[in-house]
Design a protein around this ligand. Structure first.
Ligand code: MRU
Length: 351
């Protein structure tokens, strides 16, 4: 039987100059593997959430810009740099909130700028090495987040998570799911409550699916049910991923994360954010400065329904993310350690 966890969320097929992804819009009903060879295909796959989740977007962008560079037909460094930057800006425009996208693209640009003297052909080889390093670091980072995260949990804990910060959002283990996977392997017997995550159902379609594939005990619930689960004492922790952490610890994540954090405070349930250091953005001072992506109204009114479920022409508010204020966050779990308030100091120390 195929297990979704045996497939790479993102991979490079260098021989065929293709970015290989699982089309996450088809899950859990259909496993469709896409081989993307043009920049338009890669850009649209990110925009349409065929590949999604902050770290996975970063890895996809790194391979994407490598493939763009490989295709630039010139030995002239200046011409190469101009075309590289054009491709970089195009990929960067696919989604605005997850900082891993621009982080990975800027890191790749650094390779081009630092190695001008080596010539274009060698730069292309170095870009390949760098994109592979970005993916390997993602794997190592998630595992380390898992190890740190697990120290905050006890055997038998109930854990609420939101959206998908799982293997499907990274190269392996996920961020918010990493402590869950490691604990599962070590017999912790966690009970995980997945928010379905309106409107795109990443919790139902992706998190519940991948955790069940690993044999984790999963209960799916509508987003509005989490507070009741906390009130009943069924959850000992809330753990989510994030798309960008500002320098003061405010954290953007999938819409619906903020109400979870508010409810967690009300019911004294610790609220943890898992953040690879690549998701921390020192250039963004506070949550209000984070650009929040707004998506199409159809995602709310008709997507996933057999027929439209809202009056025609109704006004729709569809931000893809919200920002959780840092005072609602018990700890931020990074691969460099667990951060506690005051976050501005803790973040400065590890970055
Ligand atoms: O719109 P999405 O599905 O890309 O949103 C994903 C999330 O909000 C995740 O929680 C976040 O990217 C962290 S993934 C480790």
């Amino acid at each position: 039987m195929t297990n979704i966890l045996d497939y790479d969320t993102v991979a490079l097929d260098d021989a065929h100059s293709a970015l290989v992804i699982i089309d996450q819009t088809r899950l859990p009903n259909e496993l469709s593997i896409l081989h993307l060879t043009t920049q338009e295909e890669i850009h649209d796959a990110i925009y349409l959430l065929k590949v999604r989740g902050a770290p996975a977007i970063g890895v996809a962008a790194a391979y994407g810009i490598y493939l763009a560079a490989k295709n630039i037909k010139t030995d002239n460094y200046k011409e190469f740099l101009a075309k590289f930057n054009e491709a970089k800006d195009y990929l960067a425009s696919s989604r605005p909130t997850a900082v891993n996208l621009t982080w990975a693209l800027e890191r790749m640009k650094g390779i081009v700028e630092m190695n001008m003297v080596l010539g274009v052909e060698r730069i292309k080889e170095l870009l390949l090495d760098e994109s592979r390093a970005i993916q390997q670091e993602d794997i190592d980072t998630c595992r380390q987040i898992g190890e740190y995260g697990l120290t905050l949990l006890k055997k038998g804990d109930g854990i609420i998570t939101h959206c998908n910060a799982g293997q499907l959002a990274t190269s392996k283990h996920g961020t918010a799911t990493a402590p869950i996977y490691l604990g599962h392997e070590r017999g912790y017997g966690f009970h995980v409550f997945c928010d379905e995550t309106r409107p795109l159902l990443q919790g139902a379609r992706l998190t519940a699916y991948e955790l069940m594939s690993a044999g984790v005990d999963v209960t799916l619930m509508c987003d509005g049910m989490a507070a009741s689960v906390m009130k009943k004492g069924l959850a000992q922790a809330v753990i989510t991923g994030c798309d960008r952490v500002a320098a003061n610890g405010d954290a953007a994540n999938k819409i619906g994360t903020l109400p979870l954090a508010i409810a967690a405070k009300r019911f004294n349930v610790p609220f943890y954010i898992c953040a690879p250091s690549s998701t921390i953005d020192l250039a963004t001072r506070k949550g209000e400065d984070i650009v929040i992506e707004e998506r199409k109204p159809e995602e709310v009114t008709e997507m996933w329904y057999r027929e439209r479920m809202a009056p025609k022409n109704v006004k729709v508010f569809n931000p893809a993310f919200d920002v959780t204020d840092s005072d609602l966050i018990t700890a931020i779990i990074t691969e460099r350690g667990i951060l506690y308030p005051p976050y501005d100091k803790a973040i400065k120390n590890i970055m």
